[in-house]
Write a protein that binds this ligand. Structure first.
Ligand code: NAP
Length: 258
């Protein structure tokens, strides 16, 4: 039955990073709605607990964990606590990210390092640590949230050189890790959203000219909603996408086509 498309997700254990707000939060809520046990992780455990409270109010199961994805020890602790509580890890949504706007000529080494540490090294640390668990059960799914800012698709983002470099790196990492993890039963895919309505795009909204120029190119004439990306997360997490690995799926309202 069509409405049972995600029934295999019931009882699966999913970790979502950067899930206290924005898209990470909606990914966590949607995964819980279809029956996943969801680890909601972010820098602020208090905010994560609020998301878990929401999950539990709707009859789901969750666990709030503080984890700075750029710190190996915290990532290992997050995965350890997940296994202690739920016994395994089936799904990782690598979502935590920052976008700190800065002109290229003024960007400092520290700003470059911070962005790459969170947006790229953080994805590596979480993927590697979770994949080691997934390999034990010979199954798992890793979803890496990249961006249309990943390069080579005809859109440029001013003042975000470090961010764009990190997103391009995520797509490369997705392909290469898919190759090594396929024999272990682990699928790895990326999602590249266009502009999505979250606090991350506040700087764009404060610049009406940039906002207008972006909207003019989006065929659907609006920015995306976090839930629309979460629908794709569900698809890639579930057996409905069982023949997909190493892919990067663009979800942009037709921006790249426009
Ligand atoms: P968001 O609302 O800013 O959410 C990102 C979350 O990640 C925040 O809660 C943030 O916490 C957290 N975070 C930051 N550094 C972290 C760290 N070191 N460890 C753990 N968590 C950390 O942004 P969003 O738009 O939902 O972004 C989610 C993902 O989608 C990001 O990877 C982003 O690059 C990507 N994306 C967004 C768009 C868009 O238009 N919104 C488009 C394409 C791709 P703090 O608030 O405390 O920093």
């Amino acid at each position: 039955m069509v409405n049972n498309i995600y029934k295999d997700l019931k009882g699966k254990v999913a970790i979502v990073t950067g899930a206290r707000r924005g898209m990470g939060k909606t990914h966590a809520l949607k995964l819980a709605q279809v029956g996943c046990k969801v680890v909601v992780s972010d820098i602020s455990e208090e905010d994560c607990q609020k998301v878990v409270d929401e999950i539990e109010k709707s009859g789901g199961e969750g666990l709030a964990l503080k984890c700075d994805v750029s710190k190996k020890k915290e990532v290992e602790e997050m995965v350890k606590k997940t296994v202690e509580k739920f016994g395994k890890v089936d799904i990782l949504v690598n979502n935590a990210g920052i976008a700190q706007f800065k002109p290229f000529l003024e960007m400092t080494e520290e700003e470059w390092d911070k962005t790459l540490d969170i947006n790229l090294k953080g994805y590596f640390l979480c993927a590697q640590t979770c994949a080691r668990e997934m390999a034990k059960q010979k199954s798992g799914v890793i979803i890496n949230i990249a961006s249309v800012a990943m390069g080579q698709v005809g859109v440029g983002f001013p003042n975000l050189v470090h961010y764009c470099a990190s997103k391009g790196g995520i797509v490369g990492m997705t392909e290469a890790s898919a190759l090594e993890l396929a024999p272990l039963g682990i699928r790895v895919n990326a999602i590249s959203p266009g502009v999505i309505e979250t606090p991350m795009i506040d700087p764009i909204k404060k610049d009406p000219e940039q906002e207008k120029a972006i909207l003019a190119r989006i065929l659907l004439g609006r920015v995306g909603k976090p839930e629309e990306v979460s629908n794709l997360v569900l698809f890639l997490a579930s057996a409905a996408s069982s023949y997909m690995t190493g892919s990067d799926v663009v979800i942009d309202g037709g921006w790249l086509a426009g």
